[in-house]
Design a protein around this ligand. Structure first.
Ligand SMILES: N[C@@H](CCC(=O)N[C@@H](CS)C(=O)NCC(=O)O)C(=O)O
Length: 344
């Protein structure tokens, strides 16, 4: 690994915030290329432009553009030792990976919804976010044009994310439950993974930097429901001073009732939608729908999320028999056995 590690990102991107917080906590030196800095520096372009984009040496030592925070976190674990964000017990590591995927792929729907559906939110995001890309000294007319284009492009993507008239109430009630569940958990634990953070803590933090602190409708409701959640997000930003110990990880066989309650929440939306999406993709369909306890979910099929399901199943299969049985006990207790066994 070439240090400091270089990447392109933006403050309004939850996955960028996830990764900057991981790098700070792990004390990995970095170069955060804002706006057009990466392009000006002649950095390579990825196949699909996503934020963050990391610039890392390939097998020949030539810099290439690499995206996707989840495998990047694992790659950095191999390259830099210590202050790991992957629990040492593989059963807890699987639970951490499931919660990471929930934050990245499900909570992000709330993030997109609260940003691009409400007039006040659209006005704020449209006004501020383009400045990160166009540049702080850009002239007002350039920013005004960027504002219109940016908002139009993102609003058009609500359909891809799955925010629509059918799902709005499901997303909003789900976010409110998440804040309450997190508040309850944080009353006794500093992190999802116990007294030290795992990848899932940073994934959830990334989404909440926007939901709890930037987008006005969700930020107001988060603070109203939980000062603890609001403050947690501020504290996760920089954990460089935390001194984690092996014994700080949660015990996978004695998870707290508050973490089990949070895991049970995944069966209300995240898991049924993940499975219905994979099934629709396997049948060559473009749209998926599924009945959830809080209403009917329908949206465009997302091929990437079928890959996420496959990765989680592969991680389960890689466990030895005893570990599989231990993971299975948690999935049974929280209504998540379909994550591993349901046919798709
Ligand atoms: N799975 C990816 C997701 C990254 C992602 O979706 N990034 C968003 C911004 S937060 C993005 O770049 N979207 C495409 C776009 O804005 O054009 C990761 O974990 O890094």
């Amino acid at each position: 690994m070439v240090l400091p590690v270089a990447f392109k990102g933006a403050p309004g991107s939850p996955y960028t915030r996830k990764m900057t917080a991981v790098l700070r906590y792990r004390r990995i030196p970095y170069r955060y290329l804002l706006g057009s800095a990466a392009d000006k520096a002649g950095m390579p372009k990825p196949k699909v432009e996503l934020l963050p984009t990391f610039y890392l040496p390939d097998a020949q030592g030539v810099l290439e553009a690499v995206t996707d925070s989840t495998p990047l976190i694992r790659r950095f674990e191999n390259d830099v030792v210590g202050r790991s964000v992957i629990p040492s017990d593989p059963v807890l590591a699987l639970i951490d990976a499931v919660l990471e995927d929930f934050a990245d792929e499900w909570v992000t729907k709330a993030m997109f919804h609260y940003r691009w559906v409400f007039a006040d939110a659209i006005a704020k995001a449209g006004a501020v976010l383009p400045v990160h890309f166009v540049g702080i000294t850009a002239n007002p007319s350039v920013l005004d044009t960027a504002q219109t284009q940016f908002a139009q492009r993102q609003i058009a993507r609500l359909a891809v994310v799955g925010s629509n008239q059918h799902t709005a109430a499901i997303i909003e009630s789900g976010y409110e439950r998440l804040v309450d569940l997190l508040d309850a958990h944080l009353q006794t634990h500093a992190f999802l993974m116990g007294q030290r953070p795992g990848a899932s803590d940073f994934a959830l933090y990334g989404q909440l930097t926007q939901l709890a602190h930037f987008d006005p409708v969700s930020a107001a409701l988060t603070l109203e429901r939980s000062r603890r959640v609001f403050a947690w997000v501020e504290m996760l930003e920089d954990l460089s001073g935390l001194e984690p110990m092996e014994g700080d990880w949660a015990g996978a066989d004695a998870l707290s009732p508050t973490l089990l309650a949070l895991l049970s929440e995944l069966s209300q939306g995240y898991l049924p939608v993940l499975l219905a999406n994979a099934r629709a993709l396997a049948q060559g369909e473009k749209q998926m729908s599924v009945d959830l306890p809080s209403g009917r979910w329908q949206q465009a099929v997302v091929p990437y999320q079928a890959k996420c399901l496959r990765w989680l199943r592969e991680q389960f299969v890689a466990l030895d028999e005893k570990a599989q049985a231990r993971a299975q006990a948690t999935f049974e207790a929280t209504g998540l056995t379909d994550l591993i066994y349901a046919s798709v």
